[in-house]
Design a protein around this ligand. Structure first.
Ligand code: ASP
Length: 593
């Protein structure tokens, strides 16, 4: 049907006949001549219909936006003065010789080049939305990225192995999506939150190097930029330590950035211990493009009379930190109030600050409601430690450490963006030396910071694990890119005694461990190699690489924030018959759509 894509017609084809298929992007009637911009995934080309050919011209008069056409025509240079330099094919046009309407179209639900269309509308008519060139470009880049990733891993001897989608519920942090079993009524499959245990079993099986581009499912409340189903590049290897795994996978990222974006990422990626990331940036995924840092001043303030500072400064679970904003003294009262509200989202009860007008003049050169509470030497040390200069502003956070970290960490990023301080370019980072466990105040027990199959650092034995739970470090690593966690993984436990010790530390009884993870514990008894791996969030990686504003923009058919599909209306009610077959009866309160 077709000799060329519309977007590929160029001067080299002048005087030749081409056969094109595509959608009517725009149709213009110009005093007896009809111009149609014909569009396909590769771009637009202008087709001209002359009135001399009556029948074809009459047909051209009836075509509307988004009709699907087949056109046979002759390529010619555009007349002098009508060249369109904004268009890739703007030097030429195609004189229509034959026209066939393959498909008609109703009035489009929105103009493809209208960028004010709501996301709801776009999702409802996603097939129209995907006709927009920037959407197609993202799908194309995504496809390029996965191809380069696969090529790299294939060349390194990795095997692409599929793992089950209908599987067993495993607690890995989030809520499971459940699927009722018809053949075992009352029992449920879970959709995998990740293939974690299967990839470990593949290592026990001797597969040695595994990868999979795999859909994962987590039934979380969709805060921020999450999707109920998302894609991971999942990797596992045997007989490699964390340094080798990080080296190999960062090589893979360098390759994909070089091949897809022609960008050279650093070699090697820098590494930073978790504790340092939290202390300097208030976050375990610091955006290193932003040159602002949290500075500890607990020691300076623990004895001052001002309780707002001395309280958290002398509390082992508290923290007082300063954040210097260069040229921040120019912030208005209103801007400072807005930042105070902003840190409130993270639980901060206030946002103290000092404006630095003339640092050399000491107290007199500074401006702040809190100055009167602070002794001279504390002020001097704060100025000196933060490196404050004339015209700067220093913010303070004083509270429970996690509140200070989260609020100042978020403020740091917001200031970076608001004040144009974000450096251009790519800043990858490995965060390492994570704590093994986190104390969960609500449940009064430890939870695994990564997941329960992560190995503790090598100086810990199963016998000493429990008593060192608060301070034990793990062999986990996260890959952070420009402030987004794009990947994470760990060296795994490969001995049953250690796996059991971890379950016990997490408050999982031996029976529960047997019930939920018996198959893993059994496998560990049958010759398990030392192994480890990681998973990259493919959607996030593609989002960053395409400069998209959300992962929804790089998925063909994403769901809404409330986990529904506006295109198909899923989830939806099912027939009673289907439920009966599954042995399921709905409670009186029908699930809302
Ligand atoms: N399964 C982990 C996750 O989904 C990644 C890993 O440890 O390999 O986060």
């Amino acid at each position: 049907m077709r000799s060329h894509y519309c977007g590929d017609v160029n001067e080299s084809l002048v005087d030749q006949e081409v056969q094109l298929c595509g959608w009517v992007h725009r149709r213009r009637d110009h005093g007896g001549v009809i111009f149609v911009d014909l569009r396909d995934r590769e771009g637009l080309v202008q087709v001209v219909f002359d009135p001399d050919r009556h029948e074809m011209f009459a047909a051209a008069e009836r075509i509307r936006s988004e009709y699907v056409l087949r056109v046979v025509g002759k390529v010619r240079l555009r007349p002098e003065g009508t060249v369109n330099s904004d268009m890739a094919t703007g030097q030429i046009e195609v004189l229509g010789l034959e026209l066939e309407v393959l498909s008609q179209a109703e009035t489009p639900p929105f103009q493809l080049d209208d960028d004010r269309v709501s996301e709801e509308h776009r999702l409802r008519y996603r097939y129209m939305d995907l006709r927009r060139p920037e959407m197609f470009q993202r799908l194309k880049i995504r496809s390029n990225i996965t191809r380069v990733l696969r090529d790299f891993l294939d060349n390194q001897g990795f095997l692409d192995v599929e793992t089950p989608i209908l599987t067993k519920a495993t607690p890995e942090g989030a809520r499971d999506y459940l699927v009722p079993s018809r053949t075992h009524q009352g029992s449920f499959f879970a959709l995998p939150q990740s293939p974690q245990l299967f990839k470990q079993l593949l290592m026990v099986a001797g597969v040695d190097r595994y990868y999979q581009i795999v859909r994962c499912f987590r039934d979380e409340d969709l805060r921020a930029d999450r999707q109920p189903e998302f894609t991971q590049l999942d990797i596992e290897t045997s007989f490699m330590d964390e340094d080798q795994i990080m080296a190999l996978t960062e090589e893979m990222l360098r390759e994909v950035f070089a091949k897809v974006l022609e960008v050279a990422l650093p070699n090697p990626f820098p590494r930073m211990p978790y504790a340092e990331a939290i202390s300097r940036f208030g976050s375990d995924k610091p955006d290193l493009r932003i040159p602002l840092e949290l500075i500890d001043i607990d020691d300076v303030l623990k004895d001052v009379e001002f309780k707002v500072f001395s309280g958290p400064a002398s509390d082992p679970k508290g923290r007082v930190a300063a954040l210097r904003l260069p040229k921040g003294a120019e912030l208005s009262r209103k801007e400072i109030d807005d930042y105070t509200k902003y840190v409130g989202i993270y639980g901060a009860r206030g946002l103290a600050y000092i404006k630095c007008n003339d640092v050399a003049a000491g107290r007199e050169g500074l401006q702040s409601p809190i100055l009167k509470f602070l002794p001279d030497e504390a002020i001097a040390t704060i100025m000196q430690r933060t490196g404050a200069e004339d015209g700067d502003l220093v913010f303070f956070g004083a509270d429970k450490a996690n509140i200070v970290n989260e609020s100042l960490g978020a403020l740091r990023v917001k200031l970076g963006h608001d004040r144009g301080l974000v450096k251009r370019g790519w800043k990858p980072l490995w965060v390492v030396d994570f704590p093994m466990f986190e104390w969960d105040e609500k449940d009064d027990r430890y939870t695994a910071l990564h997941h329960p199959f992560t190995a503790p650092s090598s100086d810990i034995s199963p016998e000493t694990l429990q008593e060192n739970a608060a301070t034990a470090l793990s062999r986990a690593y996260d890959c952070v890119l420009n402030g987004t966690e794009v990947g994470g993984g760990s060296i795994r436990i490969y001995r049953e005694a250690m796996q059991t010790a971890v379950f016990r530390t997490l408050g999982i009884s031996d029976e529960e461990a047997q019930d939920k993870f018996g198959f893993l514990l059994d496998a560990l008894k049958h010759g398990c190699p030392p192994h480890g791996g990681l998973a990259f969030g493919l959607d996030r990686l593609v989002m960053l690489m395409t400069g998209a504003s959300s992962i929804r923009e790089v998925m063909a058919f994403p769901k809404t924030q409330s986990a529904s599909c506006l295109l198909t209306n899923a989830p939806s009610q099912v027939d009673d018959k289907q439920l009966r077959e599954l042995g399921i009866r709905q409670r009186a309160q029908q699930a809302s759509k």
